[in-house]
Design a protein around this ligand. Structure first.
Ligand SMILES: NC(=O)c1ccc[n+]([C@@H]2O[C@H](COP(=O)([O-])OP(=O)(O)OC[C@H]3O[C@@H](n4cnc5c(N)ncnc54)[C@H](OP(=O)(O)O)[C@@H]3O)[C@@H](O)[C@H]2O)c1
Length: 310
């Protein structure tokens, strides 16, 4: 049967790719987009020109604005967030309103209105150092601990999406195009990478299969930021020092989580707090961006070309 999928923050990078995939590859009944800015909705309406997409002005801070679009959904994908690290650092109270209280509103509004509800999280939520990561960590806990007999709640957590809005790749490209040197915070800094289509695949996998309270994590490769800079530009780079709340390496599965996680190959399934995974199948180690396989410069180059950044 054709499904009804609702996406909070559906006008963002992930939302646009999700809509592309849903319309092109899957039989879909209706896609509902919930966000605040009518201009982004107008652009998306023109871009897709599909009667299957319905737009709702809504704010995750306002539970009443979520009830109508959620009603009768098969899946609610919760992508709306404040995600700029510096903004979150300067405005923690605003970040809490959107990322934490907003998550609670989404869970509450989803009760009985949708069959499944999946939150999108980030590696920065694992052992968080900054306000963004802390708020997303709380979002994960709210989702994975929410109890309601009629709706299944889960979350996905992944690293940097290649070229997403406001991230390092568009920034490096802008500097390269202006022949300016690229700033590097630390020569050893590493980050996980995944393509938008891989993020979409994970989100759809979780939307179909995640058990109640599960947190799903993809297997990702990582790279040194300095390698990224050298692949993107011939300009010399310069060291600027770490920014507040920035880690040298990102964690994607903590030691504690590894004990209640198992891998099915492509994805790691972290079970809710308090659920034990038999030691025979539990992960043996935590996972961080300096402990996984590194992308070679050739692989980085290929990835950037394929994603349109080189
Ligand atoms: N990009 C990455 O590298 C990355 C990595 C890991 C996880 N994530 C997570 O993935 C999700 C999607 O990221 P993205 O890159 O698609 O973000 P994005 O492009 O910045 O889009 C964010 C979306 O959220 C909406 N939004 C913001 N505040 C809202 C509110 N209070 N109520 C309703 N809608 C709101 C925005 O639209 P309006 O401003 O019009 O409301 C926009 O549609 C986020 O939860 C992010 O934390 C992203």
């Amino acid at each position: 049967m054709d499904k009804v999928i609702t996406i909070t923050g559906g006008t963002g990078s992930l939302g646009n790719q999700l809509v592309t995939t849903l319309l092109e590859e899957l039989q879909i009944g209706e896609i509902r987009i919930v966000s605040r800015d009518e201009e982004k909705q107008l652009q998306m309406r023109r871009k897709f020109a599909s009667s299957k997409i319905k737009f709702y002005i809504g704010d995750v801070r306002d539970i009443e604005s979520l009830k109508r679009p959620f009603d009768g959904s098969d899946v609610v994908i919760h992508a709306a967030a404040m995600k700029q690290i510096d903004t979150c650092e300067y405005f923690p109270h605003e970040t809490i309103k959107t990322n934490v209280l907003g998550a609670e509103n989404v869970c509450r509004a989803a009760e009985g209105r949708t069959k499944r509800c999946v939150a999108i999280s980030t590696d920065k939520a694992t052992l968080p150092l900054n306000i963004y990561g802390m708020s997303k960590g709380l979002q994960e806990r709210i989702f994975c601990g929410w109890s309601n007999g009629q709706t299944t709640y889960s979350a996905v957590r992944y690293g940097n999406v290649v070229g997403s809005r406001g991230s390092v790749i568009p920034y490096f490209k802008e500097l390269r195009d202006k022949d300016l040197p690229l700033p590097i915070t630390h020569p050893e800094m590493t980050r996980f990478w995944l393509r938008l289509k891989d993020a979409v695949e994970l989100v759809l996998y979780a939307s179909n299969t995640a058990e109640h309270g599960e947190l799903l994590v993809p297997r990702m490769k990582a790279s040194k930021i300095i390698d990224l800079a050298e692949v993107m530009s011939d300009q010399p780079w310069h060291i600027t020092g770490p920014r507040p709340g920035e880690k040298l390496h990102e964690d994607i599965v903590s030691e504690d989580e590894a004990r209640r996680a198992f891998s099915n190959g492509q994805y790691i399934h972290i079970q809710p707090v308090g659920v034990l995974v038999p030691p025979a199948i539990a992960l043996t180690n935590s996972v961080a961006s300096n402990t996984v396989e590194m992308l070679t410069k050739e692989e980085l180059h290929k990835m950037l070309v394929e994603e349109g950044w080189l």
